[in-house]
Design a protein around this ligand. Structure first.
Ligand code: SF4
Ligand code: SF4
Ligand code: FES
Length: 493
């Protein structure tokens, strides 16, 4: 047995008293789950504590709560001393019990066809990844799009795609899904991250429904414009100034002995809209012994098309990009755009490894820059943190040059085609991000994604910079203090 203390959310609307966190200490067996601790608190200390459970084995979904802020099944999460237990971020009925019914009632049911139709094995296989939902509503409790729009939410969308795939279902789900807010999802992947069944709602439901909508001609006009641009130019944004690829050589040699060689997949935004940031990155790589090969034939990774369900041209882009790096016998391709990196890692089958620039720099180590006299906060790009599981490496780099003030990791609203397709929603999420930034009192906002950097800059008065730009500022300060003349040469060979 061991003693465990939990801080548990208590709230009884009938009492009129405000909610509060109450510490409870109980003795439980080694390996006890959160649910066992709640049982012990209820049985030994306070029988008025309300919480839900049924199966006790991760099958019914009724016990979902927030453990230290993150949704989890109480019956599956191992209890740790000092945990804070909150209800899901849904209307609270009492203590840890939330009102699930309004959201559960929105999940569509199968409407059978008059004639008997049997699903084929292919149908069953297609539906399988979507049918394990235990209706815990963890995903619903974290979805940012639901906070600012009438989006019906991830699990209801999951069900729409399940029904769209089921030959026994009579109703046309695509117009319904569009009405329910199919194009409001930012593809932030927050729902996938918290799902106890690891249901890939963004990729296997939302994007697939958007693809079916595309086949029916329902793609949003702004998204169609992007697809046309990609077909005509190979790029998802128009050219407005000399691009990054026009300003660099095919190979940029590092200063000193090379520690590693990488191919650089720059992405449309850094190539066309923010070339200076990509040039900053090259300077940082040069200084840290990374030899960079930059094939000029590379094109858009296809992310803007995949996220919006416009798939007909995607295989052409993939082949072009894969061949571009493969023909040069490059075994590691580096990205610095979170969206491109996530796409290359998750939507491509590449014959080479793909690494984000923060992975490359932390793997091979960096020369310490001078510390800058500013505090910074860091915005986790969804497609870096959740799409690639990269959270620590950017922080490791940032802490070497400035003091870091953390803020909650929330979606800025620029992904999934939302910024172009639903600008009001993107602005509402951007404003929320801006408010969190303000609370930190940081001098500067750092991120690692051109879409986030571009979008957040419109919702904060503070400068928004890429990690590599801040590192480069640290190196320039170091050189200034040492009296070294600044040099900038990325022309390469
Ligand atoms: S990916 Fe993000 S916005 Fe889309 S349904 Fe999931 S949580 Fe909501
Ligand atoms: S999709 Fe996952 S997180 Fe959402 S209700 Fe179903 S099981 Fe829970
Ligand atoms: S009690 Fe059924 S999933 Fe936890």
């Amino acid at each position: 047995m061991r003693a465990i203390t939990f801080n548990v959310f208590r709230f009884d609307p009938a009492s009129g008293a405000p909610s509060r966190l109450v510490p409870y200490t109980v003795n439980v067996n080694e390996g006890a789950r959160v649910l066992h601790v709640l049982h012990a608190i209820h049985d030994e200390l306070d029988p008025t504590l309300s919480y839900r459970y049924c199966c006790g084995s991760g099958q019914c979904g009724s016990c979902a709560v927030r453990v230290n802020g993150e949704p989890a099944l109480a019956c599956m999460e191992e209890a740790q001393d000092g945990m804070t237990i909150l209800p899901l971020n849904l209307p609270v009925k009492k203590d840890l019990v939330v009102d699930l019914l309004p959201k559960l009632e929105q999940i569509a049911s199968l409407q059978p066809k008059e004639a008997l139709v049997m699903p084929t094995k292919a149908d069953i296989d297609a539906i399988k990844p979507l049918r394990d939902c235990i209706e815990c509503l963890s995903c619903v409790s974290v979805c940012p799009a639901m906070d600012v729009t009438k989006f019906i939410g991830p699990t209801a969308m999951r069900q729409e795609q399940r029904l769209a795939l089921d030959p026994r279902n009579a109703s046309d789900r695509i117009p319904v899904a569009i009405e329910e807010g199919l194009f409001f999802c930012t593809t932030c992947q927050a729902c996938l991250k918290v799902c106890p069944k690891k249901i890939e709602t963004p990729g296997k439901a939302i994007e697939k429904l958007r693809s079916l909508a595309n086949q029916r001609g329902f793609t949003l006009p702004r998204h169609q414009e992007v697809a046309t641009l990609v077909r005509e130019t190979g790029r998802s944004v128009p050219r407005s100034e000399p691009t990054f690829l026009e300003q660099v050589g095919d190979v940029v040699e590092p200063i000193g002995t090379p520690k590693a060689t990488v191919g650089f997949f720059v992405g449309c935004m850094y190539n066309m809209r923010l070339p200076k940031t990509a040039l900053d990155a090259i300077e940082v790589l040069k200084r840290n012994g990374i030899r960079v090969i930059i094939p000029k034939e590379q094109v858009c990774c296809g992310s803007p098309l995949i996220r919006t369900g416009q798939l007909s041209f995607v295989d052409t882009l993939k082949k072009r990009n894969i061949d571009t790096f493969r023909f040069r016998k490059i075994d590691t391709v580096m990205t610095m755009c979170a969206g491109c990196g996530s796409t290359l890692k998750n939507d491509y089958k590449t014959p080479f490894a793909v690494m984000d620039i923060s992975e490359v720099l932390t793997k091979y180590g960096i020369e310490p820059p001078a510390r800058l006299p500013v505090t910074a906060t860091y915005h986790d790009p969804c497609h870096l943190m959740r799409g690639q599981g990269i959270k620590d490496q950017p922080r490791e780099l940032i802490r070497q040059v400035v003091d870091l003030v953390e803020m909650p990791s929330i979606c800025c609203g620029s992904g999934g085609g939302v910024r172009s397709g639903n600008p009001d929603e993107a602005a509402a999420l951007g404003a929320r991000r801006g408010a969190e930034i303000k609370k930190t009192n940081a001098d500067v906002v750092i991120s690692s994604c051109p879409f986030c950097e571009f979008h957040i800059a419109g919702h904060t008065e503070k400068p928004v910079k890429n990690i590599t730009t801040v590192l480069l500022e640290g190196y320039k300060e170091k050189d200034r203090k040492a009296g070294v003349e600044p040099e900038r040469s990325v022309k390469g060979k």
